[in-house]
Ligand binder design. Sequence first.
Ligand SMILES: [Zn+2]
Length: 226
Amino acid sequence: MVSYVDFDLCAQIYEAILDIPIEPSIQHLVKKYLNTTQQKLREPEAVNTMYQKQCTIWIIPPAPAFIPGDFKFDVEQLLYPRVCVWVPHHLPFKKKQDSLICPTADCDGKLGSEGFTDQYTYRKIIGPADHFYILTHTYKCSKNEKHIFGGCNEKIVNQLHELSQRGYDIHHMASNYGISKTLQHVASVYKRNGMSDAAVIAAVKSLHSEKIKRLHKQYTLALNKS
Ligand SMILES: [Zn+2]
């Protein structure tokens, strides 16, 4: 059984990870990549095609292990983050449900997709040892246009088939904090084993710092190879 940790600890972990310094040039590169990816996904049928042909909700960057070979890809791609493309109306629903329903209490309007909008654009989600970005659609209710939701809303996620729900690794603590369910599970295990909040934060921060250092080292090595 997965248990979760409290909001304060999640918020502190999130802030601690954001504090890890990343070179501005790399930040710029990641931002550019995320924008380009979003543009590509806005093309008609792009998400549907990705889901149906590749059977994944993930866009994964190439692995550094291939750098020493003759594989041709831009080394900058090593720095790209994982992107989770979460578009629930294209995923299988629970039995007997044929569309997403408005999560507002006492409303049974159907939700229609507004596509990728600025209101629910990328969110950074912190995992146990690295982070990823999630990109989702905005949904509007057919009965009340003020009922607008992001596809990551738990009440929307809960309308999906159980197998689809299990692919969703995010537990929203609040609008500003995205901590993966896996990290919350890890943090709760740390806590049960007697670690203080400060020690949990330090452990997660250390894992993230190491990952970033390793990635930057691989990037430098790859640049020098060519
Ligand atoms: Zn509604």
